[in-house]
Structures are given as structure tokens and as C-alpha cells.
Design a protein around this ligand. Sequence first.
Ligand code: NDP
Length: 237
Amino acid sequence: MNDRTALVTGANKGIGRHIAQQLVAAGLTVYVGARDAERGRRAAEEIGGTARPLTLDVTDPDSIARAAAQVDRLDALVNNAGISPDLDPPTTASVEDFRRTYETNVFGVVEVTNAFLPALRRSPQPRIVNISSGTGSLGLSADPGSPFAVSQGSGAAYRSSKTALNALTLFYAQTLQDAGVKVNAMAPGRRDTDLNAAAAGGGDPAEAAEGAVRLALLPDDGPTGTFVSWDGTPVPW
Ligand code: NDP
């Protein structure tokens, strides 16, 4: 199949941009999702080839509906757009901090996924990849020896939003299994991007993107309902 299409949300920079770039290199037509039309246009132009800008703010139902109306068939949806606006523990984070983070990282994924499901159902090999985080793993968060232990930082709103995203990954995988839609979550590992500006020593975002591309192009006998690291290693829920 050489006329495959993919949508990557939040693809104007960071990990998402690398995912879009690598999917173009793999021969797909790629919608470069960006909430800002000009940033999306520029990113798609710089990626080149089959990259197409698609204005898409994952927190705006009208924007999502307009974007979905432009896509007839979709083979891979990569829910990558994410924010981490504060690093507060739950005792000092405001409900508004939680709400803002969940709007993008959780509700945005639900609304985008549901809006693009009709297009995904037109694909013979539909795939959904949710870009999660090791910090969303309850198993790692509770393990004091893990680099993702709660004591190692990052905010309660962000962490719990990714835990919710993991739960949704399982729900979607199970609900869509009969329709042949494979749904998996991936932890990219700590990467040098704007989101992670406060943390030093992140790795190359292009490397993390490789894992998302692999999940976006899973063969028919590939897994669904899993949570894996960028290199394919299982991550505890
Ligand atoms: P960046 O901040 O570099 O990129 C985030 C992207 O999401 C940007 O394109 C941003 O657009 C977009 N975005 C934010 N809000 C919205 C919205 N409402 N609608 C559409 N797009 C939006 O971060 P990363 O590349 O690091 O993050 C990508 C994903 O990887 C996120 O889900 C993040 O949680 C996850 N992740 C990242 C890690 C890391 O170490 N970097 C570690 C673990 C997980 P704009 O340019 O307009 O702000």
C-alpha cells in the first residue's frame, strides 16, 4: 500500500515534527497538525515531500471538526500534542492547572480520536499511537528506584494526565479491536524539546520518533493495547 496517510497532532516542532518527517520518509502522505496555521504551514514546507499542513487545535471542537472534514481516509493517527505547563505537586497545583493540562493531554485525545475514527475505519490497517510518558506509569511512579519515581519530579497534573491517557489507550484498543484498529501508547523517554526545557540532558527527539513510526506502521500481527518505550520495551502501566 503506497497511498497511506497519517496525521500527527502537534507536529510543528519537537517529537511530533520528527514523527511527521519520518512518516514522510516512509512514503506516507502526512498531515502536519498544528494549532497555529502559520507554524503548521512553515513546518510542512520545511519537511517537504508529501507533508501537508492541517490546522488543528486539539482543545477546540470547531477546529477538530474542520480538520476532520478535510481527511477522507486515515491510516495512522499519532496523538502527540501535549503540554506540561507546571511542575506542582498535587498539594499546590490548582484545579485549573489540572483542567488545562487535561484539556490537551486527555480530552483533546478523545475528541480528536473520535472525530477521525470514520476516516480511520476507511483504512485497511488503521493505527492509533498515543504519545504518553514514563511519568504516567503508576508502576514506575511508585518505584523509588525508578528514574520516573514521583520523587524525581514533574507535575501532578501532567503525570496523572498521562496515566489517564494510558487507561484510554486500553479502552480504545479493546473497543476497536473488532474493527481492526490497533491502539498503543508510547513513552518517548526524556528528550530535548521545548516541553522539557527545564530538564537538562534529554536525548535526541528523532530517536523517540522512530518508536512512534514503528507503531504507526504495525503489521496485521502487531500488538494492540500495549504501553511501550520508544525502543519497543514494555513499560509497566
Ligand atoms: P513540544 O513542546 O516540543 O511540542 C508539543 C507540540 O504540541 C507542539 O507542536 C505544540 O504546538 C503542540 N500543542 C500543544 N497544545 C496543542 C493544542 N491545544 N493543539 C494542538 N497542538 C498543541 O513537546 P514534545 O515534542 O516534547 O512533546 C510531544 C509529546 O511527547 C507530548 O505529548 C509530551 O507529553 C510527550 N513527551 C515528551 C517528553 C520529552 O522529554 N520531551 C517525555 C515524555 C513524553 P505549539 O508549538 O503551538 O505550542
